[in-house]
Design a protein around this ligand. Structure first.
Ligand code: ADP
Ligand code: 5GP
Length: 236
């Protein structure tokens, strides 16, 4: 499908790949012919390794990232969890500290940044946001695939780590739809809506980067977008 932004949705080849399980053994050549059951085991180990790769999800504010990721976690609570980010923005009504974000004061977050406690951090819509090493580690320790809902500056930084993440971009069907959703959510002041819409243009420019995204999803119908997200995270 093609959106009003001129984006083709679907799987984009060219993402990072982990060294496959047993790759070094394979390059040496097997001592004896592998049995079907050993091949089966290797394939399922590879599939498991693919499923466990962290997933970075980007897209402009209001596009529906949270809507899709919350559904994924609700449907598969044993398999997926958010890395809970730190932010200096104020909590919205209903947001819970430690669940939606670790809400913190700017000097505290700056101290953590200086201490090297973040995998990535960025100034987004005039606040600091960041993914701590501890947040990603705790999801891995729970045996779940880590979902990082971050902006494109953060994605650039994750690309330079050995996290071996998959990169998914959620795009709106049109700029008008994005504006309607952002307003409809009712969480931002006029001033903040204007800032988020302005920044949306910079985020969308990342779609021009060849080979950057493993998957681009146009969130037109939530159900269709969700089906594509499941495919992107190896659930179908
Ligand atoms: P983000 O996390 O990307 O900032 P949200 O998940 O908060 O975005 O979604 C913003 C608003 O858009 C919410 O009110 C949500 O219910 C709505 N929304 C999400 N996906 C769709 C869609 N496909 N069609 C219409 N509205 C949507
Ligand atoms: P919100 O204020 O709506 O919760 O988040 C605004 C934007 O901040 C999100 O759309 C997302 O792109 C970005 N964001 C959230 N958490 C992080 C984070 O940990 N790191 C970075 N770099 N960006 C984040």
């Amino acid at each position: 499908m093609r959106s009003a932004w001129g984006i083709s949705a679907g799987l984009v080849t060219g993402g990072m790949l982990m060294r496959p399980v047993g790759a070094s053994e394979a390059s040496r050549g097997p001592a004896s012919s592998p049995t079907l059951s050993s091949i089966d085991k290797r394939v399922s180990a590879l599939e498991q390794q693919q499923r466990m790769r962290p997933v970075v999800v980007c897209g402009p504010s209001g596009v529906g990232k949270g809507t899709l990721l919350r559904r994924l976690i609700a449907d598969h609570p044993d398999n997926f969890a958010y890395s809970v980010s730190h932010t200096t923005r104020n909590p919205r009504p209903g947001e819970v500290n430690g669940v939606d974000y670790h809400f913190c004061e700017k000097p505290d977050m700056e101290k953590m940044i200086s201490a090297g406690q973040f995998i990535e951090y960025a100034r987004v819509h005039s606040n600091l946001y960041g993914t701590s090493i501890a947040a990603v580690r705790s999801v891995g320790e729970a045996g779940k695939t880590c979902l990082l809902e971050i902006d494109v500056q953060g994605a650039d930084q994750v690309k330079n780590t050995d996290l071996c993440a998959r990169f998914v971009f959620i795009a709106p069907p049109s700029f008008d739809d994005l504006e309607t959703r952002l307003r409809g959510r009712g969480t931002e002041t006029e001033e903040k809506i204007a800032l988020r819409l302005k920044n949306a243009r910079d985020e969308m420019a990342y779609l021009d980067k060849k080979g950057y995204w493993d998957t681009i999803i146009v969130n037109d119908s939530v159900d269709d977008a969700y089906a594509q997200l499941k495919q992107a995270v190896c659930l179908s």
